[in-house]
Design a protein around this ligand. Structure first.
Ligand code: HEC
Ligand code: HEC
Length: 306
């Protein structure tokens, strides 16, 4: 029954004849001087209690803005219990975090700074340390025009940097703009991506990031009580294993996959996703073509990092 409704929903969604995915803008607006400070802060362990961990420790630009480890390690090697998602294109997510507990990048950024297993510092310590640093004082004075650095300015600068972390001009975006053709394999993968219903959850400008969905909609998925899913926020039973649908942009760069890092390869992720969330067993050609399409979603390195 669920299956029939779902298929109908997908059919209605695509009967408009419109593409379910839209390209990233090739240029994005952000405050360049603030972003330059944010960029420095993003890679500076000064924001962590024992000065060993920076944002970049768990959001590496060598791995698509994500973490190749199954769970990130915070100060003193403390383990989190969820995989680190990418910071690339995060500005296009409707909420931040796997369970959407932050409404904006601004409210998100305080999360890891204060989290006892991540950076574990309070706002006062951040201010004290940065104000004791003559280089930071000079930088903030020049850009914010104040003699004393405030925690709010620190968050503001980091957010401005994150707004710059956009990866335009993937092969697929260029195809959507009519600038290039997909290879036959990619085109077939895109066709199957839509036909099987992947695009009912992974759509829009971020190919995800715009709704909450259950992991295990058709075939239940293993549940871990400790995980910060929607249930952890709402305490509603139907929200167990419900997460923000992750973006599929740059997905070829951000293994391992899923909140619990249970899929090590893209092939495995596609197969599991289809099994649990569509109730469909894909054959080898399905997986091969869909993965070829997903690889065309890798964009350019954000301008700010070049
Ligand atoms: C110790 C590792 C670690 C550090 C340090 C860290 N993060 Fe994260 N980050 C994570 C994990 C894990 C998540 C997912 C947590 C969750 O959803 O419950 C996350 C989520 C995010 C998200 C949300 C992305 C999305 O799609 O929901 C953003 C944005 C982000 N971090 C930015 C930052 C910034 C900015 C800093 C530095 C101030 C930072 N992170 C420091 C591990 C880390
Ligand atoms: C009913 C909604 C839904 C459908 C349909 C769906 N997905 Fe997903 N997808 C999700 C959710 C939710 C997650 C996060 C699950 C988790 O981490 O436990 C996800 C995660 C993924 C991931 C891993 C992303 C990451 O960063 O870890 C990939 C790859 C993926 N989906 C591809 C696909 C493909 C390909 C299809 C079609 C075969 C598909 N999805 C169909 C909701 C959906």
């Amino acid at each position: 029954m669920k299956r029939i409704f779902f298929t109908l929903f997908v059919l209605v969604l695509f009967s408009w004849g419109q593409e379910p995915i839209s390209p990233l803008p090739t240029k994005v607006a952000y405050h360049h001087d603030k972003a330059a400070i944010g960029q420095r802060l993003f890679s500076d362990p000064i924001l962590s209690k024992d000065m060993t961990v920076a944002c970049v420790s768990c959001h590496s630009f060598d791995f698509g803005g994500a973490d190749p480890r199954s769970v990130s390690l915070g100060i003193q090697g403390k383990k989190g219990n969820i995989q680190s998602p990418t910071v690339y294109n995060a500005r296009y997510n409707f909420k931040q975090f796997w369970n959407g507990r932050a409404d904006s990048l601004k409210t998100q950024a305080g999360g890891p700074i204060h989290n006892p297993v991540e950076m574990a510092v309070d706002s006062q310590l951040v201010e004290k340390r940065l104000n004791a640093d003559t280089r930071y004082r000079a930088l903030f004075r020049r850009v914010y025009g104040t003699s004393r650095i405030t925690y709010d300015q620190v968050i503001d600068a980091i957010v401005e940097f994150e707004k710059a972390l956009v990866t335009p001009n993937s092969r697929f975006d260029r195809f959507l703009r009519g600038e290039t053709e997909l290879t036959p394999m990619e085109a077939e993968g895109y066709r199957r991506f839509k036909a099987y219903g992947c695009a009912s959850c992974h759509n829009g400008i971020n190919i995800g990031g715009n709704s909450f969905q259950k992991m295990g909609l058709f075939v239940p998925y293993a549940y871990d009580e400790r995980v910060e899913d929607r249930f952890a926020l709402t305490k509603e039973k139907r929200h167990k294993n419900v997460y923000k649908v992750p973006t599929l942009r740059n997905i070829a760069l951000t293994a391992p996959y899923f909140h619990d890092a249970s899929a090590k390869t893209l092939e495995e992720a596609v197969q599991k996703m289809s099994h649990h969330n569509l109730g469909v067993e894909l054959n080898g050609e399905d997986v091969e073509t869909i993965v070829a399409f997903l690889k065309a979603l890798t964009g350019e390195t954000p301008e700010v990092l070049r």
